[in-house]
Design a protein around this ligand. Sequence first.
Ligand SMILES: [Zn+2]
Length: 64
Amino acid sequence: MSEEKPFCKRITPGFLKKNLEEYKEWVREPLYVCGKCGRVARRSRDLCKPLPLERAAEPSESDE
Ligand SMILES: [Zn+2]
């Protein structure tokens, strides 16, 4: 059983009903957003298309 479903795929309405508290922990202080589903998580591996929430190496306009 090496195949682990990404976080995105595990979050279904039924899952939320049973594991809402756990879900809250997962999405607390997220570092990544899924570019495909729009979900957020703290670990990139939990998303199917993780994108960092912080604009890391992007030259921004005097926005600190
Ligand atoms: Zn996703």
